[in-house]
Every structure is written in structure tokens, then in C-alpha cells.
Design a protein around this ligand. Structure first.
Ligand SMILES: Cc1cc2nc3c(=O)[nH]c(=O)nc-3n(C[C@H](O)[C@H](O)[C@H](O)COP(=O)(O)OP(=O)(O)OC[C@H]3O[C@@H](n4cnc5c(N)ncnc54)[C@H](O)[C@@H]3O)c2cc1C
Length: 348
């Protein structure tokens, strides 16, 4: 191994790029970083998302992990927002109203992570139920961050390259192709199905959304019920959603889903009728029984024990967990470095 650890990251979505930036922040010139990816923003899964902070569709991922990763990411968005790079990085702070018709109260562990979280009063529940023609049982209000990958990813690509990282458009079919690296970090989202053929836990959760122009809306209204809709404000457009169809690989816009989204959102806010439709999009969330963030090895054809760290399967929360997971990956890299005598130690 050379004196600088040669690290390859596969995947340039929100998970791969936040992993890259964290490693550069933490290890500076002790690593040499290359990202390989067959797609970049605006063609990653995150570019379809609204980028709203909020743990969602994470299977059986342990609650303590979800809490730590999402809290660390919230702190990172807050830092970017305060550092004055919010516009370039696509980070905004917005009021959120979430409610549900289901028998599930908002007894969530992240109430103190977001800002000013309060339970909805009975009067507001009744008013919104009447306005939306729904029977809401619980609701909350709070303020949190949105981080729009369509801005965030190009911002990070620039920073990664400025810090000496290489970014290469290349599809990796097998870990053999990156076997010369000291360490490989697998951030391929649903694409991990190609590299890890026996991971039967990884399945798409299809999501269809619509982007409209409604510059009078500056908040988030989200019905968490299984048959609920959402209206999420981004910097230049509003996202109307959405669907969550397990194991559905259809990436075409579906007319039935369009009707559900458009009419459902008009039911929540009639002014949407006046909004100009910009585009409709479909994305496949990398759904998994739980997020896979762990160390592994791959034995190459030449018998080398290639060090791998997997970081994929973030379901409906890749943006929300991104930087927190990157911190944990960096902790594992530290351990890998410590066990490799040739790797330079920090002088700090
Ligand atoms: C409609 C919708 C709404 C959403 N809303 C939110 C939200 O509000 N908040 C939130 O937190 N999350 C949201 N999500 C989820 C979030 O978008 C995903 O969890 C996240 O984008 C996953 O990021 P990723 O980097 O793991 O995967 P991806 O974005 O899919 O990136 C994977 C990368 O790996 C590359 N790749 C894959 N295989 C290979 C290979 N073999 N060789 C080379 N490169 C490869 C791809 O080209 C891509 O660049 C939403 C998702 C959808 C679909």
C-alpha cells in the first residue's frame, strides 16, 4: 500500500458524494479519492426527491442508528445554512405540518432534533380535516431543513474536485474492476443489485411526483397516512406527491398515479389548480430491510482481500441520513487505516 490510501467510491448520488466530502474533510491528504459513477445529478434518485429532512421508509433499521444518522445530517444542513452557502447548496429552512388519519401518534424520537416541534391542537386538526375532507387523528408542526440534491450534488462535486478528488463516469460491473484500490466504498443505491447479486433484501420502492410552479407556497404540508398526499416547497418549484410502491420497477409516469397526486394535492390546497405543471418524475428508492452500512471483504481473482465498506439501502431517507452515514463510514475508514501499518497517521 502506498503512503496515501487509495479510496474508490462507487456512486455519485447523495450517499456517495456526502461520503466523499466527509472523508476529504476528515483525512485530507492521507487519502486519494476517486468516484466512479454511471450517472450524476440531475440523473440520480435524489434529484427526484424533494430533499425534505425526515426519517421515512427505513424498514427495520435500528432506531438508535436512524436517530444518530438523521441528527448528524440535520446538524450538517444547519451548518451549511448558517455558513452562507445555503443557496448554492440548495438548503432551506421551512415550516412543516404533518398529520395522519391513522392510529399512530407522533411520538417520534426526533422531536428535539427539528425546531419548535408542537402537537397540533384539536381545533387545527378539525379545521384541516374539514378543509381537506379527511379525518385527521394526529398532527404536528415544526421547522426543518430541505436539502435539494439538484443543487447539493453539483455543489459537492465542485468541492470534492477542488480538494483533489477525481470523478469519473464509469459503470462498475464487478469489484474486480476496482481491485487495485486499497479501499472501496459501495454507495450504489438500488444499483447495488448489480454488484451484490445475492442481496435479496434490496428492493425498489417506486415514487411518482409532479413539479409545479406555485411561488406563493413556502411551506410543507404532508399527510402521512398510507393514502395521503404531500406538498413540499423547493426553492424554484413545489413538489406534489406521491406514491410508494414496493418492488415496482416501472419508471414511466402512470396516469392513475398522476390523478391521485394532482387531485389529492388540490384537495389539500385548491390554489394548486392555478399552478403551472413543470414536469412529472418517477424514481426508485433503494428500499431494504435495513440500511446496509458495514465493513466487508471481497476476494479478488488474484486472491487479494479487497476492503469494502457498504453504504446503501437508504429507502425514502437518503437525503435525511446522508451526512450522518458518511460520518460512520469515516469512523470505519479510521479503523481500516489503523490496521494498515503503511497508512500515514494523523499528526494532530
Ligand atoms: C419520489 C421520491 C421522493 C423522495 N423524497 C425524499 C425526501 O424528501 N427526503 C429524503 O431524505 N429522501 C427522499 N427520497 C429518497 C432518496 O432520494 C434516496 O434515498 C436517495 O436518493 C438514495 O441515494 P443513493 O446515493 O443511495 O442512491 P442514488 O441516488 O440512486 O445514487 C446511486 C449512484 O450510484 C451510481 N451507480 C449505481 N450502480 C452503479 C454501478 N454499478 N457502477 C457505477 N455507478 C453506479 C448511480 O449512477 C448513482 O449515481 C425520495 C425518493 C423518491 C424516489
Amino acid at each position: 500500500m502506498s503512503s496515501t490510501m487509495q479510496v474508490a467510491i462507487i456512486g455519485a448520488g447523495v450517499i456517495g458524494t456526502t461520503t466523499a466530502i466527509r472523508l476529504q474533510e476528515q483525512f485530507a491528504n492521507r487519502i486519494s479519492l476517486t468516484i466512479f459513477s454511471d450517472q450524476f445529478s440531475p440523473k440520480t434518485t435524489g434529484d427526484i426527491s424533494a430533499g425534505l429532512w425526515g426519517p421515512y421508509q427505513l424498514g427495520n433499521t435500528p432506531q438508535d442508528k436512524i436517530f444518530t444518522w438523521s441528527k448528524d445530517t440535520h446538524n450538517y444542513f444547519h451548518k451549511l445554512w448558517k455558513d452562507g452557502v445555503a443557496e448554492e447548496a440548495g438548503v432551506s429552512l421551512l415550516p412543516v405540518t404533518r398529520m395522519t388519519t391513522e392510529d399512530q401518534s407522533y411520538d417520534v424520537p426526533w422531536k428535539d432534533v427539528v425546531f419548535g416541534c408542537t402537537d397540533m391542537t384539536k381545533e387545527t386538526l378539525e379545521r384541516l380535516s374539514a378543509e381537506h375532507k379527511r379525518k385527521y387523528k394526529y398532527g404536528i408542526h415544526f421547522n426543518t431543513f430541505i436539502c435539494e440534491p439538484t443543487f447539493f450534488l453539483p455543489y459537492l462535486y465542485k468541492r470534492i474536485q477542488a480538494a483533489g478528488g477525481r470523478i469519473e463516469r464509469k459503470r462498475i460491473e464487478s469489484f474486480e474492476e476496482v481491485a487495485t484500490f486499497d479501499l472501496v466504498i459501495n454507495c450504489t443505491g438500488l444499483g447495488a443489485q448489480v454488484l451484490i447479486k445475492d442481496d435479496y433484501e434490496l428492493k425498489p420502492v417506486r415514487g411518482q411526483v409532479m413539479r409545479v410552479k406555485a411561488p406563493w407556497i413556502f411551506d410543507v404540508l404532508l399527510d402521512d397516512s398510507d393514502d395521503g398526499n404531500y406538498i413540499i416547497s423547493n426553492m424554484h418549484t413545489i413538489i406534489l406527491g406521491g406514491t410508494h410502491q414496493l418492488n415496482d420497477y416501472n419508471q414511466n409516469v402512470d396516469a392513475g398515479d398522476r390523478k391521485f397526486i394532482y387531485e389529492g394535492c388540490i384537495g389539500m390546497n385548491a390554489s394548486i389548480k392555478r399552478a403551472e405543471i413543470v414536469k412529472e418524475m418517477v424514481g426508485l428508492r433503494p428500499g431494504r430491510s435495513q440500511v446496509r452500512l458495514e465493513r466487508d471483504t471481497y476476494t479478488t481473482k488474484r486472491g487479494k482481500q479487497l476492503q469494502i465498506i457498504h453504504n446503501y439501502g437508504h429507502g425514502g431517507s437518503g437525503v435525511t441520513l446522508s451526512y450522518g452515514c458518511a460520518i460512520e463510514v469515516a469512523d470505519i475508514v479510521n479503523v481500516v487505516m489503523a490496521t494498515n501499518v503503511n497508512t500515514p497517521k494523523s499528526k494532530l
